[in-house]
Design a protein around this ligand. Structure first.
Ligand SMILES: Cc1cc2nc3c(=O)[nH]c(=O)nc-3n(C[C@H](O)[C@H](O)[C@H](O)COP(=O)(O)OP(=O)(O)OC[C@H]3O[C@@H](n4cnc5c(N)ncnc54)[C@H](O)[C@@H]3O)c2cc1C
Length: 511
């Protein structure tokens, strides 16, 4: 009897642990509806394209159309500043589903777009306009680790959180960004800056091959330095800009150090200038085990206005010694060096605090600027602070520090990512929630005016394509620089009829 009870209890506990594990690995991605405006169908989206349903009838995955009960849930993405209404969202489950979907898109003259984690700043995962076919790859969620070859095959439907989680369990990591809900499909394809960029480079720098379905339905595998090298070059830097539906990446993986140190060095508003200038002096000589990420807030912030945050790949003693000169030069108001495991450090430093969150979507606008060594001038910094301090919508600057480090050591022609010599990339993130439409419009106008002036006077010409900004003039050359002609040629070869097109997809002709 008691054995039976024990068995029942064991079974119950086992099932419960599976449920807990499963819910951890499949985070419900989007919440935050209260801050997003209720959206309503534009009437034209309800009149279906004749034959679309019929054409898609043989796919294995779920297709969701306007009017279906799941439609609103299916169009939720991270930014709700604009809302776009696809003709259909197809949750493809296998390559054949993608091939049938693209056949239908071609036959019925519908533009197609891939969606992975839905974190595009301009909602390009939903097409960036109404009336497109969204091919959602989230069911391509395999993570197959090969300890012998030190590689992992990752389905492009995975978000960063589950990838880090599974790799960590096996003792490995890959380079990538800090937000666990970002999808690898749209992230690694544009570069992918994160916690270990100065050690191992960008996320895209560790990709060794890919698989993709092209516009005419051809499944290409493997795409690597010997097979389809033109495409392999394009996908690592511009792969999220309209070449096809990528289904898998194979990555090189790196061993997790036994101990890492979570670093936070913070300053009050009077110290910002000194801190900024001190960081500029030491950044290029920092060792590769540290990849600082900086946060500059408006002066009204009542704690620390400026913070340098990092995960040091080593002990607290080593971490302290690595930033000794910075500390001596800048005398921070607050410091923390806490030894922990890699997993605890990435969970603590994850943008959303916990690695498996429900991501609270909200309306926001972001712009970005590559800054050349030795960083912003005093005047440039003051211009930036003045903007942050006087704009009505809460706005902060997030700064990814490249300064030397591995990103700049990869040869310029190793991929289509051109921003190798950047000292840091400044991202201006403007939050628009709880603001009336009128105030939002004013804030956006001021933001874009600031962007123009700031870029002209204080930063380089270039911006980072993963922080995509549809209002950026000359975006083609600002994102892709001298690689643009090569990227256009590759686009013409693999998508000659421009099936994958939106405002900032790679065009068929040079602008
Ligand atoms: C909260 C937050 C934190 C972020 N943190 C970082 C960071 O730390 N570092 C950093 O570098 N970036 C960061 N980003 C930017 C992020 O890398 C980009 O927004 C990225 O494009 C999002 O990818 P996604 O798959 O989630 O988005 P989606 O909206 O699904 O896709 C973005 C673009 O990629 C294309 N795409 C997606 N999947 C595929 C595929 N399988 N094949 C071909 N094309 C595809 C889509 O068509 C779309 O154009 C952050 C963004 C947010 C919102």
């Amino acid at each position: 009897m008691s054995l039976l009870l024990d068995k029942k209890l064991f079974l119950f506990t086992f099932l419960l642990s599976l449920v807990v594990q499963a819910s951890q690995l499949n985070p419900k991605p989007f919440g935050g509806d209260e801050v997003c405006e209720k959206v309503h169908y534009p009437p034209e989206i309800l009149s279906p394209v004749p034959d679309l349903k019929k054409c898609l009838s043989t796919i294995n995955g779920l297709a969701v159309y306007p009017g279906d009960p799941d439609y609103y849930e299916s169009i939720k993405v991270a930014n709700c500043r604009n809302s776009y209404f696809p003709l259909v969202i197809i949750y493809v489950t296998k390559v054949l589903d993608i091939q049938i979907s693209l056949y239908c898109a071609n036959a019925l003259n519908i533009s197609a777009t891939a969606r992975s984690g839905g974190h595009s700043y301009e909602e390009y995962g939903n097409g960036g306009r109404n009336g497109v076919m969204v091919i959602d790859v989230q069911k391509f969620n395999q993570i197959i680790i090969n300890k012998e070859t030190k590689t992992v095959a990752i389905g492009t439907g995975n978000r960063l959180g589950p990838i880090y989680y599974n790799l960590n369990k096996a003792g490995f990591l890959i380079p990538g960004g800090s937000c666990p809900n970002v999808g690898i499909g749209g992230h690694a394809t544009g570069g992918g800056f994160g916690f270990v960029a100065r050690k191992y480079g960008l996320s895209s720098d560790s990709i060794i091959s890919a698989e993709m379905v092209t516009a005419n339905g051809t499944f290409l595998s493997p795409i690597n330095s010997t097979h389809y090298p033109d495409l392999f070059f394009a996908l690592r830097g511009a792969g999220n800009a309209g070449y096809g539906i990528i289904t898998t990446f194979t990555y090189k993986i790196y061993p997790i150090p036994p101990i890492v140190t979570s670093i936070n060095i913070s300053y009050v508003s009077e110290q910002v200038e000194m801190a900024f200038m001190s960081l500029a002096k030491v950044a290029e000589n920092l060792n590769d085990n540290i990849t600082p990420y900086m946060r500059l807030l408006p002066d009204s912030n009542d704690t620390y206005t400026f913070s340098i945050i990092a995960i040091y790949l080593g002990s607290a003693k080593e971490a302290q010694s690595a930033v000794k000169e910075l500390i001596e030069l800048s005398n921070p108001a607050y410091m923390k060096f806490e030894e922990m495991t890699w997993w605890d450090a990435i969970s603590e430093n994850a943008t959303m605090q916990t690695i498996f969150p429900v991501f609270d979507r909200e309306p926001f606008k972001a712009t970005s600027f590559d800054v050349a060594p030795p960083g912003l001038s005093r005047e440039g910094l003051n211009f930036l602070r003045n903007f942050l301090n006087n704009i009505e919508c809460y706005t902060k600057a997030l700064i990814d520090v490249y300064a030397g480090g591995a990103v700049s050591r990869f040869p310029l022609n190793s991929s289509s990512f051109t921003h190798r010599g950047t000292f840091y990339t400044i991202q201006i993130a403007m939050h628009l929630k709880d603001r009336s439409k009128e105030v939002q419009v004013k804030c956006l106008e001021k933001h874009l005016q600031f962007r123009q002036e700031f870029q002209k006077r204080y930063t380089t010409y270039f911006s980072y394509q993963d922080y995509i900004d549809k209002d950026l003039p000359n975006w083609e050359t600002r994102y892709y620089g001298f690689n643009l002609p090569r990227l256009v040629e590759t686009k013409r070869k693999y998508d000659p009829h421009n099936l994958f097109n939106w405002q900032q997809s790679i065009p068929l002709k040079l602008p």
